[in-house]
Design a protein around this ligand. Sequence first.
Ligand SMILES: Cc1ncc(COP(=O)(O)O)c(C=O)c1O
Ligand SMILES: [Zn+2]
Length: 422
Amino acid sequence: MEHVLGLECTICGRAYAAHEVEYVCPDHGSDGTLDVRYDYDRISAHLAGEGWAGSRSMWRYLPLLPVDAEAARSLIAGNVLSSVGWTPLYSAPGLAEQVGLRRLWVKDEGRQPTGSLKDRASAIAVAKAREKGYATVTTASTGNAAAALAGLCAAVGQTCVIFCPRTAPQAKVTQLLVYGARVLLVDGTYDQAFELCLAAAPEFGWYNRNTGYNPYMSEGKKTVALEICEQLSRDGAWRAPEVVLVPVGDGCIIGGVHKGFSDLRALGLIDRIPRLIGVQAAGAAPLVEAWEHDLDPTEMQPAQVETVADSIAAGLPRDRVKAMRAVRESGGAFLRVTDEEILAAIPTLARRSGVFAEPAAAAAYAGLVRGTALGVIGAHERVVVLVTGSGLKDVPAANRAVAQPPVIRPRLADVRQALRRD
Ligand SMILES: Cc1ncc(COP(=O)(O)O)c(C=O)c1O
Ligand SMILES: [Zn+2]
């Protein structure tokens, strides 16, 4: 893995060799999340010779991923892991019209093997655990990261242990159980499940995949940014959009998206990084508040949170340093949207683009509605909405956003009558 130079603390900037630290900067504890540093000259030279890795999946970006390429290729061969990534990027003129934009795309991460963007990170976790020789991988999760880990572990016969708040939507918990994960439902918040998982991993010798703690998760998530630029390419030249809307809980996705664009700029494949707009639920908006008050993310304190969008209900965002940096350095913004706006976004997005999103994912579109109304996003800009998870993950929430159909007797006369009522 000569293309990986090492790890660097996001707080003190101290550099480590990849084998020196497993998760976070020893001087800064769990605040000290690490960036993965690459030898871009070496990667450029490799790409000039061989190009990307071929397959239409996240693994085509292996030259820019922190895993051993040969080991990864043999691990993913012929199983579900091989189909993570390369999700569709739909042009959505009907949706664009709704918010007064000319060009809008929807990146549909609901099409991942387990139904959310988290597959990109969990795929790297499975590869890393295998590389490092761990028998078991663990994670705390509001549901999707766990489902991703459970499904991808199942694909390669890897054991995993999941810590989920007991309030996670039933469909997400069922998904874990179906994949055969060892599931512990924590009678507490996601933040408490996270702390418990942090304590359990070293105690039982498990590899910890936790978001905002394991430095390699952002690297998996960054592949969505690489794909967007490749999918928008014209005449072989990759192109970045002007704005990307990202729903934010822990902040790992937005940090990863920023890393992806930054890597591409460092390689000279794009010339600027899009403005990243982080969208949080009004009842779970610690990063919006910190951003409005110009707080240093390391000063943030845990907050009580409550929202229909369970996947973005994080009281102390674990990747707050990377998330804040993503928004500040890209000249973006953090926006909050109410639960009502999130629920209303689910059918609008579905009816105008054909993409069914879970509440957290629909929040990105609700953020677009807000952002265009506030003038944060201009009509002429090229915008991508990152739809991070499938609506099938939380059907009861979606059901709150639609009118119930009439029940009729099996007679044509009733059909006629019902149609008249509509
Ligand atoms: C569907 C969906 N959207 C958005 C997020 C937020 O990602 P992050 O916690 O990295 O900010 C998550 C995280 O669980 C998610 O599952
Ligand atoms: Zn440090």
